[in-house]
Design a protein around this ligand. Structure first.
Ligand code: HPA
Length: 276
């Protein structure tokens, strides 16, 4: 079955579970599951029930789609995502984004945890992604193009929507969170990078490093979906300071930033809905 047919089948299943037609979606990284609790008239659908859906396995990822309204805006919140390092194919990693696109989502807001490559950016701060470097050696669109999803060749100059970046920056300053803008580089993981790799990433122009987001952004842009992505800086990347990396530390910092980030997301959502 083609990727399009599978996405359509999954979208049809979701439409059957809820009358809500989301125009905006949030794909939330580790520990941000609480955001969905603020939605009104929520319908929760475990990923495992949706046809063809990959199930999230990483610690801190819940694995469900929640449809509901935030203010007047119908939204879909994805609690959890799958990563390429879990062994899913690139097409499986972006499958949820394609389903969201088929459901009618026009704006995709993503969060992730990232290490700072830039010495000026500290754990606990947020970084609005302005651009990315795909260092994963894969692209989810390799293979036959599905013309009904999008064109074979497409522009990635404004992959991260400038208007949405402004909205996010305003929201962060209202909440009082330190925020920067910068370039995200995606490595495959699951091992954290070596100090030499981080040095190379800095030379290439990256400010933050992570193991997600880039495939989904590519698939979203293929479908013409506008994207906002915010990194929660959880640690200094390898070798930036003399300290070893630990996943628990990443989760701890993400937990501390959580309330502020949830507040930011709520404000972003209210403003972004007006862009429609
Ligand atoms: N590297 C890659 N992914 C990450 C990091 C990191 O330092 N921190 C959180 N996710």
């Amino acid at each position: 079955m083609s990727a399009l047919a599978e996405a359509e089948q999954a979208a049809a299943f979701v439409r059957g579970r809820s009358k809500l037609r989301p125009v905006l979606a949030l794909v939330l990284g580790s520990g941000l599951g609480a955001f969905a609790d603020s939605l009104k008239n929520a319908t929760r659908i475990p990923f495992a029930e949706i046809p063809h859906f990959p199930t999230a396995t990483a610690i801190g990822h819940r694995g469900e789609m929640v449809l509901g309204t935030a203010g007047d805006t119908p939204v879909a919140v994805m609690n959890g995502r799958v990563h390429y390092y879990e062994g899913y194919s690139p097409a499986q990693v972006v499958f949820p984004v394609r389903v969201l696109g088929r459901l009618g989502v026009k704006i995709l807001v993503m969060t992730n945890a990232a290490g700072s490559v830039n010495i000026n950016c500290k754990p606990g701060e947020l970084m609005i992604i302005t651009d990315h470097i795909n260092y994963m050696g894969i692209n989810p669109l390799i293979g036959l193009n599905e013309d009904q999803l999008g064109p074979r060749f497409f522009d990635m100059s404004d992959a991260y929507d400038p208007k949405l970046q402004e909205i996010a920056e305003r929201a962060c300053s209202k909440v009082g969170m330190t925020v920067r803008r910068g370039v995200y580089i995606a490595f495959n993981g699951p091992s954290y990078e070596t100090p030499a790799e981080i040095k190379a990433a800095r030379t290439l122009g990256a400010d933050a490093v992570g193991m997600s987001t880039v495939p989904e952004v590519i698939a979203a842009r293929h479908m013409g979906i506008r994207v906002l992505a915010i990194s929660c800086i959880t640690n200094m990347a390898a070798g930036v300071i003399k300290k070893k990396l630990h996943h628990l530390e990443v989760l701890e910092v993400a937990e501390k930033v959580k309330l502020g980030l949830l507040d930011v997301l709520g404000r972003v959502l209210a403003d972004a809905a007006r862009l429609q």
